[in-house]
Design a protein around this ligand. Structure first.
Ligand code: NAD
Length: 510
């Protein structure tokens, strides 16, 4: 069943969607869709408000981010409860991955944005008569389009980066999790962000499409490869810069000398956290033959300890979208048909009406299976045995995706060397998935996993136009390169070329 359904409406009225809980299948109410004109109005209001916001300065803007962080810290459960209602994820998971990470990001940018985005003088190697100032200015109005898997964090975090840099924001949260988007809007309001600076528009792909065409100055998109491609096409046509945070198929490499206990626990957490609906979930494991039996045994033992549930204490919640559950079932079916063995799970959990798929471990998988090639985005951990680390790296790189990766070995140096050989935007040694939570870490993908980097210094810079301002220091009537062009001037330039770049003086100057 679809959890987001069209409601038949009266002609002329706004479109509406009916929402259902993925955990209990209880009705969650209806969502009124913002149409193209509502989106344009939101962008206009944001643009008007941005002028004063930009001039307000870092101290003022950081104050609002800090206030938002305090509000999260003082009453986290008010946020957790609402996120849990529409996603079904365990409350502890929502607390740690959505609220705590968001509070840290808010405080981080509040404290550091002024320094990271400060104007600075850059020494000039050749044109010593010029002074170079590099300044960062907000792009203007940023359109932020977000997915449903971490509906609060993935909306709040880019908003914080855009706002602190002096931009206004129009957020379009996923239609699957609109209330988490509403929570973000309420938080900014309570934190005192001035009217108009932050706008939210609600709806599905049509509303997202309208935002792409509404005259924003940048798009920050997080979602699937298919939609990302469409977003890139439209941004390309409109010459609007965009960052694309897309899907992943993250490999895990287990070396012979790995701490198998830690690696097995890491594999289970990396694959089943948020029911596998993490762009940087561990989606495929390559374990060196010599330790494959011991590693797999521990993975299966750890998996057996996981509890599913729709209330109270449990580790693995439901899938959040019915369409995604259908993909998970298809990938497992395909793997089994091609010879994979199910060591745990492998089916929907019959104890619940909601979208629960049992934490699943597969063995004997091969690279011709969908489970090893396409993003599954569900609680499935396929394990493949390999001869050695070289073979593991070759398989890891045999993928259209390149978001994150993790490597497990007792030698941190070897782990780092292997991580560097994997074609991915990020990698982790002896841990998994942590990258997005480490606010300093530039985050993003290569290949089909996306374009651009978010978070940390690069995230803030990405919300700005970096401009260079060159200031002449000496004055005088003219410059050597200016008119008139004469034979004497050309001869002088040739002599300068030979003397400076034809000798060691040039190397010293460069
Ligand atoms: P999706 O692409 O279906 O939707 C993402 C957002 O785009 C939603 O808000 C949706 O309404 C909107 N949208 C849909 N069609 C649109 C259009 N034509 N124009 C503009 N906007 C449109 O993705 P999803 O199913 O919500 O999210 C799951 C995907 O997101 C997975 O592939 C996952 O890996 C990826 N993801 C990536 C990251 C990352 O940081 N790289 C993080 C989380 C999720």
């Amino acid at each position: 069943m679809a959890l987001v359904e069209r409601v038949e409406g009266t002609p002329g009225a706004r479109r509406r969607l009916r929402l259902t809980s993925p955990a209990t299948l209880a009705p969650l109410g209806e969502l009124e869709i913002d149409d193209a004109s509502a989106v344009r109005d939101a962008v206009d209001r944001a643009r008007k408000a941005q002028t004063d916001w930009k001039e307000a300065g870092f101290a003022q803007r950081s104050y609002h981010l800090e206030r938002a962080a305090r509000l999260l810290a003082v009453n986290p459960d008010a946020f957790v409860e609402r996120i849990v209602v529409e996603t079904g994820k365990p409350a502890t998971e929502a607390l740690v991955t959505e609220i705590l990470t968001a509070a840290d990001a808010l405080q981080f940018y509040a404290k550091r944005a002024r320094h990271i985005l400060a104007d600075r003088t850059v020494p000039v190697h050749l044109f010593k008569t010029k002074k170079l100032r590099v300044v960062h200015r907000p792009v203007g109005v940023v359109g932020i389009i977000t997915p449903w898997n971490f509906p609060f964090l993935l909306a709040l975090n880019p908003c914080a980066q855009a706002l602190v840099a002096g931009n206004a924001v129009v957020l379009k949260p996923s239609e699957v999790t609109p209330d988490s988007g509403r929570l973000v809007a309420e938080l900014w309001k309570e934190a005192g962000v001035p009217e108009g600076v932050f706008q939210i528009v609600q709806g599905d792909g049509e509303t997202g499409g309208a935002l792409l065409e509404a005259g924003v100055d940048k798009i920050h998109f997080t979602g699937s490869v298919a939609t990302g491609r469409r977003v890139a096409e439209i941004c390309g046509r409109n010459l609007v810069p965009c960052t694309l945070e897309l899907g992943g198929k993250d490999p895990m490499i287990v070396c012979e000398d790995a701490d198998l206990e830690r690696a097995a626990r890491g594999a289970v957490y990396g694959a089943f956290s948020n029911a596998g609906q993490v762009c940087i979930s561990t989606e495929r494991v390559y374990v060196v033959d010599a330790v494959a039996d011991a590693f797999t045994r521990r993975v299966v033992e750890e998996t057996a300890l996981l509890r599913q549930g729709d209330r109270g204490e449990f580790e693995v919640g439901p899938m959040i979208r019915a369409e995604q559950l259908a993909i998970v079932e298809q990938h497992v079916r395909d793997a089994v048909a091609k010879g994979a063995r199910v060591l745990a799970g492998g089916r929907r959990n019959p104890d619940y009406a909601g979208l629960f798929f049992e934490p699943t471990v597969l063995d004997d998988v091969t690279h011709d299976m969908q489970i090893m090639r396409e993003e599954t985005f569900g609680p499935v951990l396929p394990i493949m045995r390999v001869r050695d680390e070289d073979e593991a790296v070759a398989f890891a790189n045999d993928s259209a995706y390149g978001l994150n990766a993790n490597v497990w070995t007792r030698s941190r140096r070897r782990g780092t060397a292997i991580a560097k050989r994997i074609d991915s935007g990020c990698a982790v040694v002896n841990d998994c998935m942590i990258t997005y939570g480490v606010t300093e870490a530039p985050f993003g993908g290569v290949k089909q996993s996306g374009i651009g980097r978010v978070n940390g210094e690069q995230g803030l810079l990405g919300m700005c136009h970096t401009r260079s301002i060159l200031i002449d220091r000496l004055g005088g009537r003219s410059e050597p390169a200016w008119y008139p062009y004469t034979a004497r001037k050309a001869a002088w330039m040739r002599r300068a070329l030979r003397t400076v770049w034809g000798t060691s003086l040039g190397r010293w100057l460069a």
